[in-house]
Design a binder for this molecule. Structure first.
Ligand SMILES: Cc1cc2nc3c(=O)[nH]c(=O)nc-3n(C[C@H](O)[C@H](O)[C@H](O)COP(=O)(O)O)c2cc1C
Length: 193
């Protein structure tokens, strides 16, 4: 695992997302706001612009995508596939990881599979997956246990991401950053494997 930031520095959260029409971007920004509220330093990166250096330097990586044909959008898939060189050197092992998605249909449109698909790559890296606990604010309207989800073109009701779905993204961002801070403190006392 790469060293990442020194223990006195703020926790670093990198949010990598793919968003063709700006809906997932709004979730990414809400997630970043939540993380920043804890004092974390947050880097927002579109999938096409994210670098391996960005990932090496983070404590927590959060990945989000619009749902395309039942799975992650193409540039996000490419971003994940191209992390293979980091896997070869176990450079992301032991960092925290989380996911989020926006889908036209929400739960029915492949959102869950999209979240799990992204998590699968992060698990392959040996990252520590941070799920969304049902007690986090906004979970009922904007969460799955895998992570925040917005239904952006529901058959009935308000198009998303709605304010409460953004609350869910914000609360998960906060939780991920808090977990990263706790993990960093723990590592400084017990050392890393
Ligand atoms: C090519 C394409 C394929 C899509 N496939 C799905 C899908 O399989 N299921 C779904 O629920 N929504 C689907 N959608 C809708 C998007 O997931 C939804 O509008 C999402 O909020 C877009 O996020 P973005 O604005 O960040 O790109 C699709 C949209 C596009 C453009």
């Amino acid at each position: 695992m790469s060293d990442g930031p020194a223990s006195g520095e703020p926790v670093r959260v990198v949010v990598v997302f793919a968003s063709r029409t700006g809906r997932t971007r709004r979730m990414a920004e809400a997630l970043a706001e939540g993380a920043e509220a804890t004092g974390a330093a947050v880097l927002l990166r579109e999938a096409e612009a994210a670098t391996h250096e960005d990932l090496r330097g983070c404590d927590a990586l959060v990945v989000g995508s619009g749902v395309h044909m039942g799975g992650p959008e193409a540039t996000l898939r490419a971003f994940l596939a191209e992390t293979a060189p980091l896997w070869l050197k176990a450079e992301l092992r032991g960092k925290l990881a989380a996911v989020f998605a926006s889908a036209g249909d929400g739960a029915q449109g492949g959102a869950e599979l999209t979240l799990v698909s992204m998590l699968s790559t992060l698990a392959e890296h040996g990252m520590l997956l941070v799920p969304m606990h049902p007690r986090l604010e906004g979970f009922a309207e904007g969460g799955m246990h895998w992570g925040p989800v917005a239904a952006t073109q529901p058959h009935g009701g308000e198009p998303g991401p709605t304010e409460v779905q953004l609350v869910a993204a914000r609360s998960h961002g906060r939780w991920v950053a808090e977990c990263a801070a706790r993990w960093r403190r723990g590592q400084s006392t017990v050392g890393s494997a």
